[in-house]
Design a protein. Structure first.
Length: 178
């Protein structure tokens, strides 16, 4: 029953179609647009991009829940400005939650260890493997290109909808064919 309510919220929220790009070309374009938008609104993300070995971009994640919830979206892995692999992002959750929302996120992979882990495992369960720091306003104030020490930094952007809280903990990122 909770799943049906969550699905209805997704449909009424109007973002079900944006969670999955129609073609690889659409996804490539959406990912580049999302990155450009992130760089315009977050100078720390722009600065970090210069040192990142690769960037994993999910331009649109759709999240809905009523006690039980889930989130889904598709993204690209960019290396040297070129898209070379495709991934999906799936999250399941339960607890005090109700509503639906959409957002995007980008993970800046800072070293070969993080990039190799993603490629060799054909996916990644965030919280297992390379260390990911979610960059919010507080973290961004103390972050510069000279203080980067972690494997990956994640930026969440373009939040809209009616649901409290966003986290990428517990997210499974899996390579897909496009």
């Amino acid at each position: 029953m909770a799943f049906l309510v969550a699905f209805a919220a997704l449909v009424s929220f109007g973002t079900l179609e944006s969670a999955k790009a129609a073609t690889a070309e659409d996804l490539n374009t959406e990912a580049q647009h999302a990155l450009d938008k992130l760089y315009k609104t977050n100078s720390v993300a722009k600065d970090i991009s210069g040192q990142a070995k690769a960037i994993l971009v999910f331009p649109s994640i759709v999240k809905a829940g009523l006690v039980f919830g889930g989130a889904y979206g598709e993204g690209v892995l960019m290396e040297g400005g070129n898209v070379n692999r495709y991934y999906n992002s799936v999250t399941g959750s339960w607890g005090l939650q109700a509503g639906a929302q959409s957002y995007g996120y980008a993970v800046f992979l800072m070293n070969d260890k993080a990039v190799d882990y993603l490629k060799e495992t054909h996916g990644w369960e965030v919280g297992v493997g390379p260390t990911v720091v979610v960059v919010d306003e507080g973290v961004a104030k103390n972050l510069s290109t000279s203080t980067l020490k972690e494997d990956a930094y994640a930026f969440i952007f373009d939040q809209s909808g009616l649901m409290a809280g966003i986290s990428i903990e517990g997210t499974k990122i899996t390579e897909i064919n496009r």
